[in-house]
Design a protein around this ligand. Structure first.
Ligand code: S3P
Length: 450
């Protein structure tokens, strides 16, 4: 089932070269943070290039429920009149975050140190995901959480009336957990310290600094030590959201495996904490070039050009790189199917608790399409068949997971037979223009079942 409405079966038929420009939507992580930080500022934040995917629209709706004035001016231009740190009002409705783990976890953090309560829910995927990883550190501030068994949504968060600052070592590599603690730290007096052994995406740290919070980051033997001084007055900003490298991954990977392709993705964010896929693809022999590298709004940005790469080969992806490409493993496994030899992916336990169990979802679908995949608790290995040799022909379950649906549609573009997905509906959570954009490059997508 699609998160909102009936399932949308889709088919991707093998196609000719993909060519042209692929202006993918705005970055999902930065879009969520722009709305929440705008809501916590005093005055009007202007955002351009906002991702208008369902995940982010759900966060916009939530910010209105907490008292911010959020206005859609059209074509990705939004403004947020914030209520200031500690200024959230108590929502009178349940907050439905749809499919979005980022949305719910960051918003829980943002309201956790205010004297209000809120009840959160989501779709079947989100309501099955672990929330204790966020509510455990929030409890240290004095916040209470009452949810279903195993810390699942629906869940009510009772904000701390007299929050205390905390020092917390994040036990799993998760930017969502780190960010939830930092958002909670905004309304706690004194210094909140978050330590992460492995660096994860750092948009929260960069954007807190941009909005005027006092935040420092120190690299130590124990990892990155982030220190935030609580109760700042956040100053509204003008934010131009860069295009999402995680969405760019789909046209880029498609170009690498469809013979004759040449695709340019303009203005994508290439923050090093997000760019691991592109390093990995180059190591596999991909023809990828960065053009016009620049800094925009504090984030490194470039135009990325991808051309068909006839000599892709499997590699062992360094586990230390996992956090910088965590959302890209599904589509990497598709490229791996067209590479020669084995692609080994280790240290990726987190993939099992995303919108779906992504190792299981991809392994099952790839096997059905004629690819050998082995997997264990925190690893998987794809044995590639090389260009022209991937059979395809199967129907794959997307498990309410946008990246699973898009990955299998990319597989179909270069397989011998069409590939079907049972439900393309979730694609709208992060990449609502996926179908027209990919079709415009030359893909053959249709809304038909296998
Ligand atoms: C995100 C962090 C990652 C990522 C998600 C977006 C963020 O999740 O998978 O798509 O914006 O902070 P985890 O922090 O759970 O790894």
């Amino acid at each position: 089932m699609s998160s909102h409405g009936a399932p949308i079966p889709m088919t991707s038929t093998p196609c000719g070269p993909l060519t042209g420009t692929a202006p993918v939507p705005g970055d999902k992580s930065i879009s969520h943070r722009s709305l929440i930080l705008g809501a916590l500022s005093v005055g009007k934040t202007e955002i351009t290039g906002l991702l208008e995917g369902q995940d982010v629209l759900d966060t916009a709706k939530a910010m209105r429920a907490f008292g911010a004035e959020v206005t859609d001016h059209g074509q990705g231009h939004w403004s947020v009149h914030g209520v200031g740190v500690g200024g959230f009002a108590e929502p009178d409705q349940v907050i439905d975050c749809g499919n979005s783990g980022t949305g719910v976890r960051l918003i829980m953090g943002a309201m956790a140190t205010s004297p209000i309560s809120a009840t959160f829910t989501g779709d079947a995927s989100l309501n099955g995901r672990p929330m204790a990883r966020v509510t455990n550190p929030l409890a240290l501030f004095g916040t209470q959480a009452v949810g279903r068994a195993d810390g699942r949504l629906p869940m009510t968060i009772v904000g701390a009336v007299d929050p205390v600052p905390v020092t917390y070592t994040v036990p799993v590599p998760s930017a969502q957990v780190k960010s939830a603690v930092l958002f909670a730290g905004l309304n706690a007096p004194g210094k909140t310290v978050v330590i992460e052994a492995e660096a994860t995406r750092d948009h929260t740290e960069r954007m807190f600094a941009g909005f005027g919070a006092e935040i420092t980051v120190e690299d130590t033997d124990a990892g990155r030590v982030i220190t935030l001084t609580g109760q700042p007055e956040l100053k509204p900003q003008k934010i131009d959201v860069p295009r999402d490298p995680s969405s760019a991954a789909f046209p880029v990977c498609a170009a690498l495996i469809v013979p004759g392709s040449d695709v340019l993705v303009p203005g994508i964010g290439l923050n090093p904490t997000r760019a691991g896929l592109y390093t990995t693809l180059r190591e596999m022999g991909a023809d990828l070039t960065y053009e016009n590298e620049r800094i925009e709004g504090g984030e490194p940005v470039a135009d990325l050009r991808a051309r068909f790469s006839p000599d892709l080969h499997g590699i062992e992806v360094p586990p230390a790189r996992a956090a910088s490409m965590i959302d890209e493993y599904p589509v990497l496994s598709v490229v791996a199917a067209f590479a020669k030899g084995q692609t080994v992916m280790r240290g990726v336990k987190e993939l099992r608790v995303k919108e779906s169990d992504r190792i299981d979802a991809m392994a099952t679908g790839l096997r059905a399409n004629g690819i050998t995949v082995e997997d264990g608790p925190d690893w998987w290995v794809v044995t590639g068949l090389g260009h022209g040799n991937v059979p395809g022909g199967a129907t794959c379950a997307s498990h309410l997971d946008h990246r699973i649906a898009m990955s299998f549609l990319i597989l179909g573009m270069a397989a011998q037979s069409p590939v079907h997905v049972d439900d393309g509906g979730p694609i709208a959570t992060s990449f609502p223009i996926f179908e027209p954009l990919m079709s415009g490059l030359g893909a053959q997508l249709s809304r038909t079942a296998g």
